[in-house]
Design a protein. Structure first.
Length: 171
């Protein structure tokens, strides 16, 4: 009888694992590497896969807001400066590239994702109720492109600095 009081799932609760393209896999690796520099616990690759997974669930009426929330959470440490504050010896090098995240348009993307994640109540810039799946897919594509551009140099610079600081001779 107690089981009758438990909430029952709505819709199809099975999900197919998301298959990422090789470019998306590389983006996930780079995002995880950047977040590892700051010793953040959540893996951006998990949030990215989760966003792509939830957006596929056509039975979920809130899928756009939920997917946007996950993508926004990937950007939050970068946009808030948390990543930049605690990388120690790498800090100066990162600061010189820190603005690259804004230069590639991630500030606008962060704002759009925030609007969607908050169901359009935070800004009049996006009409949450008229955003389509196609609109969201275009935003995801812009997110991916901008993140790829932003992560190419900082991660490679960090690798070079780590290699130099380790004292290992170049190969």
């Amino acid at each position: 009888m107690a089981d009758e009081l438990l909430p029952q799932p709505i819709g199809d609760t099975s999900s197919t694992p998301v298959r990422l393209t090789p470019e998306q896999e590389e983006l996930c690796r780079r995002m995880d590497e950047l977040h590892a520099l700051d010793q953040l616990q959540a893996k951006p690759s998990d949030m990215f896969r989760g966003a792509l997974s939830v957006i596929e669930d056509e039975n979920n009426p809130d899928r756009i807001a939920q997917a946007a929330h996950s993508l926004r959470e990937i950007l939050y440490p970068i946009m808030s400066g948390r990543v930049r504050r605690s990388i120690g010896a790498r800090e100066k090098a990162f600061e010189s590239y820190g603005s690259v995240f804004l230069d590639v348009g991630l500030g606008k993307i962060f704002g759009d994702l925030s609007d969607l994640a908050h169901h359009g109540v935070t800004s009049a810039r996006l009409d949450f109720l008229s955003v389509t799946r196609r609109d969201f897919d275009e935003l995801v594509e812009a997110f991916e492109t901008s993140m790829r551009r932003a992560l190419i140099r900082p991660i490679d610079v960090h690798r070079s600095i780590d290699h130099f600081l380790s004292g290992d001779p170049p190969k």
